[in-house]
Structure formats: structure tokens, C-alpha cells
Design a protein around this ligand. Structure first.
Ligand SMILES: Cc1ncc(COP(=O)(O)O)c(C=O)c1O
Length: 447
């Protein structure tokens, strides 16, 4: 697959032009990539109105992912805002209210978008046994939620931070039967497209989805996609760029664009084979760790999520031990979990190092403390009202009874324990304490 953005940037860097345009480094600097860091000069195209090299590169990506693909240089956060804006506009064109039914484990980018767009959110709650980070949604749950007035869209986060994958096809079937759009936050799952069989939401019936290319593919941080399925109404194709422009920076990074462009070539090369091998190796490692006594959760082939309390460690302690003993830095840890993300670049050697470090750890008496139970908090204001109200910061220990004004206060991967506009109750305050959250911003009701 060709790489028109990379080719252009390389030619430009090798030429003897005098750069009397932005950026100020003029192609020189201490980091190394400055010669390739461009702006919208003639021939470089325009991300928000592409007609040339960016349009060709996005077409390549669209072919790879099986729909219309537009690039984001601001991660999934930008694509989520654009996706919700499009869903809201489309709903209005259909005479529907801007109401979204969403799995509660939505990332805070969803909440800030809901505040900006004044969306009404009807949450799908996880069962009380689940972690805040997961929200398994079944076709039956969705069928029940869709029984009333149809929403603008259903919004699902899959895979979640712990590596659980929601079966998208049955949810898409329910949504489409009710004539409702299915939007998927697939920030963690760009690579699912290249598994055999393919497990990417677009292939399983989602109408729109976002991927953080940078999270799992060999792409620089910030690189992402907004995908539109072939079956989605033509409205979405026509308005996608407008939606990205509304929220995106007018200075998209050309280094990130080159990285997305280069990924197209890599993804049509040896990547799928190497991915498949790494997925097999990781699944085999998970089985060996389980046989040794570790508890794992999640089904994502490139994530190893350990629940180490049964092995005598909190997640935070295990992450520290991995760093101390094996110089291994994990993606995420909290009192209950350690999330380790691998990719084909990790290689067998990387997995072997992880395994030997884990197996070298002494096993202790299981820790029996449970993560706090939670009940859905009471909504006192709309998300937008609370986000735009005058507010003050308080210690979370003194926050009971107040209305949260932050987009969300959540466990470290930005999943809400309490969402904007909800009242902080004793359960929520206990959860803040458990996750080490000491301050939050609440609506100042004295003003
Ligand atoms: C589930 C989920 N959605 C969206 C995002 C935002 O993605 P990005 O950082 O690419 O903007 C994240 C980031 O961690 C995430 O975990």
C-alpha cells in the first residue's frame, strides 16, 4: 500500500527549500524528527478538507478497515466528540431528542462531549459484581433499554480497559431492528481488525467507531481514526470532516499523519501474521500463569489483566514488584488489577521476561478485601449544567451530598465513579478513598 504523506514529507525534508512558514523550528532541532514536521504548505493537503495526499492515505486506511476512515491527530478523544456530534445532528434531522444510551464504563472524553453537546445520557449499569471499569451489556439488556422512546444512538465501550470485549454483533442486531445507531468506543481495539477471524466493531455491525491507533498499533501517540460503516446513512460520510473540524486543532501534527500513513503499509505487510503469532503466545502465557495460580480476566488477546489479590498482592504492589524485579512498566494498576499491554513488538523475549519475573515472585496469603460496592448515584443536574456551573474543589472526604462538577471522577483510566451532575453519596466517597482520589470539583450551590 502506498504512503503518500510520508513520501511527500521525505521529499520536502530532502529538498533545499527555505522554510518561511510554520513551525518555528524550520526543520531543525534537538529531537530528530523536526525536518519531517510540516504544516499545510502547498502539496501537503489539509486534514479537514483533504483533496490530495491525505485524502489518498485516508482512502487506504478505509480499505483496510472496511468503511470510510478519517484520521485524528488528537486520539479517540477527538473522534468521540465528532461521533457524538454527528449522532446528535442526525437525530435532530430525524426529529429525535439528543439522548444517548451508554454503557457506564464510558471514558471521560464521552462525558466532556456530552457536556459540550448537552446530551442527555441514559446509562446502562453494570451488575453490582462488576468493576467500575467494565460494563457487560447483553442483547437482552439493550432490548429492555430500547423499549421506550428511541434514543439518538447507543454507545458501547469495547474493549474496556481490562480487556473485556462486548459481543458487538448481537447488539448491532438489536439496535438496527429498533432503527437506532450503534456507536462503539474501540479506542483499545484497532488491532482487532487484523485478527483472523476479524473482531473489529465495524465488521460486526457498528455504524460508527473510533480507534486509538496509537494504543495498539505502531503509531505515534495521538494517532487515531473515526470509522464510518458502509451501511451508515450517507449523512455521516458527508459531515464527518465538518465534525472533526468543529473540535480539532487547526494545527494537526504532520508527524502523526505520517505515522498513520506509514501504518497502512505496515498493516498490509507482515503485521497480521506477527499479530496472530503474538496473540497465540499471549493466550498461551495467560494459561500458564493461570496454571501457576494467577487469576486473569478479560478476553482481549493482546492484554494480560491480572487480578493479583488471590496471589497475595494488590495490583499496585504487583506493578511495583514487576518494575523493581524485571524493569517492567505496566499500563495500569489499581488495588485490584494490573493491566499489561503487549504488541507484536514485545516479541517472545518480552513475554518470556514477563513470565520469569512473575514466576519469581513469592506467593502470599490471598488478600480478601473487596472493592467497594456501588449503587447508581442520583442525578441532580444535567451533565452540561453541572460542567458549566460555578464550582469549587473540596477534599473527597467532605464531598458527600455535593453535586460533581468535574466531567467525571473515576478510577485512574478515567471511567466514572460519579459523573458530572450526579450527587456524591457515601458509597461514592468510599470508592474515592479506595482508589486514592483525594479531591474533586463540586457545584458551588452557595452562589
Ligand atoms: C476507553 C477509552 N476511550 C477513549 C480514550 C481516549 O483516547 P485517546 O487517548 O486516544 O484520546 C481512552 C484513553 O485511554 C480510553 O481508554
Amino acid at each position: 500500500m502506498d504512503t503518500p504523506i510520508c513520501d511527500f514529507a521525505r521529499r520536502y525534508a530532502a529538498s533545499d527549500v527555505l522554510r518561511l512558514h510554520m513551525p518555528g523550528h524550520k526543520g531543525m532541532g534537538p529531537l530528530g524528527p523536526e525536518p519531517l514536521d510540516l504544516t499545510e504548505i502547498p502539496g501537503a493537503d489539509d486534514l479537514y478538507d483533504p483533496q490530495g495526499i491525505i485524502a489518498r492515505s485516508e482512502e487506504n486506511a478505509g480499505q483496510l478497515f472496511g468503511g470510510i476512515t478519517v484520521y485524528s491527530t488528537e486520539g479517540s478523544s477527538l473522534s468521540i466528540r465528532a461521533m457524538l456530534y454527528l449522532a446528535m445532528l442526525y437525530a435532530r434531522s430525524q426529529g429525535r431528542k439528543p439522548r444517548i444510551i451508554a454503557g457506564r464504563n464510558a471514558h471521560k472524553a464521552f462525558l466532556s462531549a456530552a457536556a459540550l453537546l448537552d446530551l442527555e445520557v441514559q446509562w446502562l449499569w453494570p451488575s453490582s459484581q462488576s468493576s467500575y471499569l467494565s460494563c457487560p451489556v447483553t442483547a437482552e439488556d439493550l432490548e429492555a433499554a430500547l423499549a421506550g422512546e428511541p434514543p439518538a444512538a447507543v454507545y458501547i465501550t469495547s474493549p474496556d480497559y481490562l480487556g473485556h470485549i462486548t459481543p458487538i454483533a448481537p447488539l448491532a442486531e438489536v439496535c438496527h431492528r429498533h432503527n437506532v445507531l450503534l456507536l462503539v468506543d474501540n479506542a483499545h481495539g484497532a488491532y482487532l481488525r487484523f485478527l483472523d477471524p476479524c473482531r473489529h466493531p465495524l465488521a460486526l455491525g457498528a455504524d460508527l467507531c473510533c480507534d486509538s491507533a496509537h494504543k495498539t498499533l505502531g503509531v505515534l501517540t495521538g494517532g487515531g481514526y473515526l470509522h464510518i460503516a458502509p451501511q451508515a446513512p450517507a449523512f455521516f460520510r458527508r459531515r464527518a470532516k465538518e465534525a472533526m473540524t468543529l473540535f480539532g486543532s487547526t494545527s494537526p501534527s504532520y508527524l502523526i499523519l505520517q505515522s498513520l500513513d506509514a501504518a497502512n503499509a505496515a498493516l498490509t505487510g507482515s503485521y497480521p501474521r506477527r499479530l496472530q503469532e503474538m496473540a497465540r503466545e499471549t493466550v498461551a502465557l495467560r494459561r500458564r500463569l493461570e496454571a501457576h495460580g494467577f487469576t486473569c480476566t478479560g478476553q482481549e488477546p493482546l492484554k494480560l489483566t491480572l487480578c493479583p489479590k488471590s496471589y497475595g498482592y494488590t495490583g499496585t504492589e504487583l506493578a511495583a514488584a514487576l518494575q523493581r524485579r524485571g524493569h517492567i512498566v505496566c499500563e495500569f494498576s489499581d488495588p485490584d488489577f494490573v493491566v499489561l499491554m503487549v504488541s507484536p513488538e514485545t516479541g517472545r523475549e518480552g513475554l518470556a521476561r514477563l513470565e520469569s519475573t512473575l514466576l519469581s515472585l513469592p506467593r502470599w496469603t490471598p488478600i480478601t478485601t473487596q472493592s467497594p460496592a456501588f449503587r447508581p448515584p442520583r442525578q441532580r443536574m444535567s451533565i452540561r449544567q453541572a460542567a458549566f456551573s460555578l464550582s469549587r474543589t473540596v477534599p473527597t472526604a467532605q464531598s458527600i451530598g455535593h453535586i460533581l462538577a468535574d466531567a467525571a471522577v473515576g478510577c485512574p483510566p478515567a471511567v466514572p465513579i460519579v459523573a458530572c451532575g450526579e450527587e456524591i453519596d457515601a458509597d461514592a466517597a468510599a470508592a474515592f478513598a479506595y482508589y486514592g482520589i483525594t479531591r474533586c470539583t463540586v457545584v458551588d450551590e452557595s452562589l
